[in-house]
Design a protein around this ligand. Sequence first.
Ligand code: FES
Ligand SMILES: [Fe+2]
Length: 431
Amino acid sequence: MTTTSEADTGTGYGRPKPSYNTRLREVGPGTPMGEALRRYWHPIASSETLIAGALPQKTRVLGEDLVVFRDGQGRPGVVFERCAHRGASLYYGRVEDDGIRCCYHGWKFDVQGHCIEQACEPGLGRRRDAARQPWYPAAERYGLVFVYMGPPELKPELPRYDALENPAEDERYFASWPIPGATITGAPADFSWLNIYENSADPTHVTWLHSTHSGYQMTGTGTFGYPENFFDPALIAERLTYERTDHGVKYTQRFEVEGEDGEVTEYGFAVDQHLPNVFGLPDFVKIAPDGRQDQLLWIVPSDDTSHRTFFSIRTNDPERFGRFLGGITQNGKQNHELTDEEHQKFPGDTEAQGSQGAITLDSEETLATGDRGVVMLRRMLLAMADDVEAGRDPINIIRDASEVHHVETGLFTLGKRPAGENADAPAAAGV
Ligand code: FES
Ligand SMILES: [Fe+2]
């Protein structure tokens, strides 16, 4: 028999059953977070690829199975997938000029679910008014179709964001994933939306995962992109600032770039979240400071254990769009090109966030200073659920159609110092 002088501590034996915070992480109808999320508009499809009269698309949002289509008159429609007659899927339906027609018995519904024809009934359905296909309001902006799934009387304005407003004449919105099967209803992933939304408040993972651990993954690092000191784990803690803003969580990461003449420029790389599920990323591949932010992402829960990502980029530069989509490589490849061994040796966001589990287990976490942004975000999301339960409008609800959200994401020049001067010079003060 083996004996030890002291009891072994910290073994896995006898631990309580792992659990997650249901209030934070469940999104179905009637759950606290599900009800809070239903107070906002969410992207459901890309406008450009939702073609008038084309086959309907099947999707799932906040635990509800939906069909999205564009009728022949160009109106976007979002209805329950299950037909109000006897339940056949409208995914097998046909989109016509004024609505969608079920394959089973030919009932036709318009974009607001009114039954406008019952093909096999006398007089095409003398009592068709009694049938109503459950539907949700849809609206379009920034190259995306949005849906509102909350209480009709509390429907807010579709939000505007300054980053995407007022495109120049030669600019357009890029908002479609050029991936077969994922172009219309976003990019799907089989883990909770919070694994990725929390990641957007977690800058230390960029330093470790995207560089130190797996090799530099942001294309352009050290050339036209971010300098190697941006990714230095020994510097990251002192270079980060987290802020709770009036619309979400924002972090700023300071870093330095030395010019050929030895002059050092200090920049701030800022990522700004707009609750409940929006954030902007600066150009993370190319140093492009002090311009107007041009891009936003939305992380939309499909259900508790899966989500879809949407984006919109306002630009006249297809390279910017390409840099965004292909900007992170793993061993010089895109994620889907990796071998099993490469997934292990060169992990990126997919490996890290996917392996947290379909829902991350709050009871098994050990949080530290680098998780400040994540903790702030969780608190703000829970406050959002509290507000909805208390009958108040939650954060970021827009009632005035002219209001424009300010997005503070970007890469900003903070200061410069001449060659040879040390980092305590005034350039860095006040940050
Ligand atoms: S089930 Fe849809 S028309 Fe009968
Ligand atoms: Fe990442």
